[in-house]
Design a protein around this ligand. Structure first.
Ligand SMILES: [Zn+2]
Length: 447
């Protein structure tokens, strides 16, 4: 039976073989022990223990440092392969270095519900960013396997070789290879030691020339579901263990230059100045004010440079940047226009010139309505109010959206800290995520 709504706080599975066709039902939690599924809490403990073990696959220094095509990645794969095989999955490493685990459905070769995340970290990062996205489903599939449950589709856990873009500056190339959007030019990119990605992959045992064949067909993928730590403080503030992601924000990046008039700090009267920095300062505050009036949007001036930058010279030129993000492209573009009009008005009022260039534009990645609804139902089924939120950070889901419908679950992390050795989550929240994942998979419908 598919699409059985789960109303109980705990999941439970009854597997039954009817003729040659295996099927399952969701049962009240009294059925739990009959199929030796772990009690509530056990999956969380397993996930945390494995995250700790994986953290051993790291360069020295604080936190976790695991870059693409490194001995640390190879060691991590050794651990993960063991866990996946113990969960009844077959495993293989593809030619871009992704580790792919597959749990067959009722019949071999069925299309797959895909899930997973990245294995790599930033330098001195944490042990959950990325890792949670495959440790949760590995533990969940292990529970299915122990209960003898096969679904009417396969499950593939994709462990992406690289998402952070640390060793090579292109991020997401590993998931792009699966989605069929990999740019072969990326292979010629060099790391800081002059080793190309092509060489690094070859040394890792891959054949980069075969990357175009990694591409998966749309009919092989029923959807992609990524579990990830929130990397922000919203869930913690709402006292919720998990949240339903509706979209990954799109982003605009702009370079701006304010041209005023440099002059002697001692001789030019205040009223006759065209101080580029004073104008830019007003503009920075305008970014904060204008963006704040648009709920859900964020805008940041992250860099500001004053020329000539001397203590006794009125600034003649200021260069600064704006990073603007939001979950909907039309709203983000409208906000960008509103913001630039506001900054132009400030420039005019202050007698300075403003130049601006859009240097980067990334459209938002909406999760499909069907996936959002199914993640929401799975969250509700474990007794958690399904809060909708969007991701301000990029994820492999963005690349996978070119292949199939996507959905994401965020897991609360302590104080929203990530990309930091202090990144942390609780075993209880990991357990909730695993139960949400199981409920999602058990009730999943590709329609
Ligand atoms: Zn991540």
């Amino acid at each position: 039976m598919r699409n059985v709504p789960v109303h109980t706080a705990l999941y439970a599975i009854e597997a039954a073989s009817i003729a040659s066709n295996r099927t399952f039902m969701i049962m009240p939690d009294t059925a739990l022990s009959a199929f030796s599924l772990p009690p509530a809490g056990a999956l969380g403990a397993e996930i945390m223990a494995r995250a700790d073990k994986l953290a051993e696959a790291s360069e020295g220094g604080p936190g976790v440092t695991r870059l693409v095509c490194s001995p640390e990645q190879a060691l991590a794969y050794e651990f993960i392969r063991g866990w996946m095989e113990a969960a009844g999955m077959t495993t293989r490493i593809d030619d871009v270095g992704n580790l792919v685990g597959r749990y067959e459905g009722e019949k071999p070769g069925q299309p797959a519900l895909m899930t997973g995340s990245h294995q790599d970290t930033v330098r001195q990062g944490g042990r959950y960013d990325g890792m949670l996205g495959f440790l949760v489903p590995i533990s969940a599939v292990g529970a299915l396997n122990r209960a003898g449950v096969r679904l009417p589709f396969a499950i593939e856990i994709l462990i992406f070789a690289d998402e952070e873009g640390v060793r090579y500056s292109t991020s997401l190339f590993a998931s792009q290879a699966i989605a069929g959007t990999f740019d072969m030019k990326v292979l010629e990119e060099m790391d800081e030691n002059g080793i190309s990605l092509r060489e690094a992959l070859t040394d890792f045992g891959c054949n980069p020339d075969n990357i175009p064949q990694i591409r998966r067909q749309k009919h092989d993928a029923l959807g992609f579901f990524e579990v990830h730590i929130e990397q922000g403080p919203v869930l913690e503030a709402k006292n919720l263990p998990v949240g339903v992601v509706t979209a990954i924000a799109g982003a605009d990046r702009l370079n701006l230059t304010v041209l005023g008039m440099a002059g002697h700090a001692g001789t030019v009267p205040m009223k006759q100045r065209h101080d580029a920095l004073a104008a830019a300062a007003e503009m920075v505050l305008a970014v904060e004010r204008v963006v704040s009036a648009h709920p859900g949007m964020v805008g940041t001036v992250g860099r500001l440079e004053t020329l000539p930058g001397a203590i006794n010279v009125i600034p003649g030129e200021v260069r600064f940047t704006i990073d603007l993000r939001g979950p909907e492209d039309t709203r983000r573009k409208a906000l960008r226009a509103e913001l630039l009009a506001e900054l132009e008005a400030i420039a005019e009022k202050r007698g300075v010139t403003l130049n601006h260039t859009l240097i980067y534009e990334m459209p938002a990645t909406p999760c499909s309505a069907s996936m959002i609804g199914q993640v929401e139902a799975a969250v509700r089924s474990v007794g958690v109010e399904p809060l909708h939120l969007y991701s301000g950070a990029g994820h492999d889901t963005m690349a996978m959206a070119d292949l199939t419908q996507v959905g994401m679950l965020f897991v609360r992390c302590n104080r929203g800290i990530s990309h930091n050795p202090a990144e942390s989550i609780t075993a209880e929240d990991a357990d909730v995520a695993a139960r949400v994942w199981l409920n999602f998979a058990l009730n999943f419908s590709a329609a």
